[in-house]
Design a protein. Structure first.
Length: 418
């Protein structure tokens, strides 16, 4: 098992090139199965979730090529619509393939979704949306069989703005006759990136980024070239990491509005921040304390994917602050590990309360999910002494060239293979 060995206490200082977004790349790669002809994706993040998705595409008969950040996918010769169980369980995002496969093949066979264990993560909103378009869904031997070769457009009112369900239903609607409207859908910018990609392939979707998306069904999609948008969660992680070590950072390739809620909190607390459409620069400016409640919420609210990194940052800079988790009920697994490092924080219902600010001490800790794992690395960099973060496989699901980027900022981190 691989682990990171971190020597803490060093102020990070330098620049980080922000990669393409995991949460845009995964649904866009899934959408590629609806196209005929070659797609070339640039700024594709080099993370294990993307590798798993590419393996799934290959298992379906797609031609996948490329290395590093440029990947080509040609689904012209695709000949299967059943995702192998072993690959499906590697990550939850393969559920997005249901809508895309329905459009391409008129059927999809998926198994119960895997991914990080951060709560119940049901797929009822996906299922009811697909049913509204006329898909027939059956559960058999642990698999979900979805059939629908004559889908019809409909108004789909979503009971909750689920990101994945919005993307899935959008993709199924491409194959449905007529114009579908998704009402109360999620507004995350990665959904707009998916819309842009599909439209570039010849689709006609509008409204992504707002609460109503309109999809004109029945259009043939061809391949295209698409640059994956920047990863706002990766950017937020390095920003908090640098400030947590009382350092400074230049984030190259990210525009401020994508992480506005985080920027506002830091700016209000007096951190020095400058930005343009293309970059953000932030610097520690001396003993600032962040007060009040930070509540996670669907976009444009504070992202749940930055909650563990924020709590870790607050362990030293936010005595009295409260962070409330409103999206996933099991996203505090990392708290026990932070307490092991001396953080004076407590969980109360869906909140973490920062009681006092403590200097953290190095310890041996376990990553239990992707963002919680990244938070523990931040903790290790802030701490006095050495920290070992075990189970790095979770972190690699969403952060490409993680240790290289940290070293580029002057952080002392090495990889141990056991
Ligand atoms: C996506 C992101 C993930 C992020 C999350 C919330 C990707 C690949 N992943 O995950 O990084 O943390 O958005 O911003 O884009 N829910 C239901 N029924 C459903 C679907 C969802 O009850 O059918 C619930 C979930 O259990 C959760 C909430 O809705 O409590 C949000 O989930 P959702 O927006 O669907 O997140 P994901 O698409 O899984």
């Amino acid at each position: 098992m691989e682990e990171y060995l971190i020597k803490g206490g060093k102020k990070l200082d330098g620049a980080v090139k922000i990669s393409g977004a995991k949460n845009a790349a995964l649904p866009i790669l899934a959408a590629a199965v609806m196209t005929r002809g070659e797609n070339v994706f640039t700024a594709c993040p080099q993370i294990s979730d993307v590798s798993s998705m590419l393996k799934i595409l290959q298992s379906l008969g797609c031609k996948v090529d490329g290395s590093k950040e440029t990947v080509s996918v040609d689904a012209s010769m695709m000949n299967r619509c059943r995702i192998p169980d072993s690959l499906m369980k590697e990550m939850r995002s393969s559920v997005f393939l249901a809508g895309a496969l329905l459009t391409r093949c008129g059927e999809a066979v998926i198994s119960s979704p895997g991914g990080c264990d951060i709560g119940k993560r049901p797929i009822d909103i996906h299922i009811s949306g697909l049913e509204k378009l006329g898909a027939k869904i059956e559960q058999k031997d642990g698999c979900i069989l979805i059939k629908g070769n004559k889908l019809e457009a409909a108004d789909v009112i979503m009971p909750y703005p689920s990101v994945g369900a919005t993307e899935n239903i959008m993709m199924a609607a491409i194959g449905a006759k007529g114009t579908t409207r998704l009402i109360n859908c999620a507004r995350e910018p990665e959904i707009a990136d998916l819309q842009n990609y599909i439209n570039r392939c010849g689709g006609k979707i509008s409204g992504a980024g707002t609460g109503v998306i309109t999809v004109e069904g029945g259009r043939e999609l061809k391949g295209c070239e698409h640059r994956i948008m920047a990863d706002r969660i990766e950017a937020g992680t390095y920003l908090l990491m640098a400030l947590a070590t009382e350092g400074r950072v230049f984030l190259d390739g990210i525009s401020r509005p994508l992480i506005e809620p985080l920027m506002r909190i830091l700016e209000n607390a007096g951190y020095d921040i400058k930005s343009s459409q293309e970059w953000i620069w932030a610097s520690y400016t001396g003993g600032r304390n962040i007060h009040g409640i930070i509540r996670t919420a669907p976009y444009p609210g504070f992202p749940t994917d930055l909650q563990p990194q924020m709590t870790t940052f607050l362990a030293k800079a936010g005595a009295g602050a409260i962070i409330e988790e409103n999206i996933f009920e099991k996203r505090f697994e990392y708290v026990k590990q932070l307490k092991k490092m001396g953080a004076d924080i407590e969980i109360f219902e869906n909140k973490v309360i920062i009681r006092n600010n403590n200097i953290l001490c190095g310890a041996q800790v376990e990553a239990q999910d992707l963002r919680g794992g990244a938070a523990l690395v931040i903790a290790g960099l802030m701490a006095d002494g050495s920290t070992v973060v075990r189970n790095t496989k979770y972190i690699k699901r969403g952060y490409g060239e993680f240790t290289e980027k940290i070293k580029g900022l002057g952080g002392e981190i090495t990889v141990n293979e056991n």
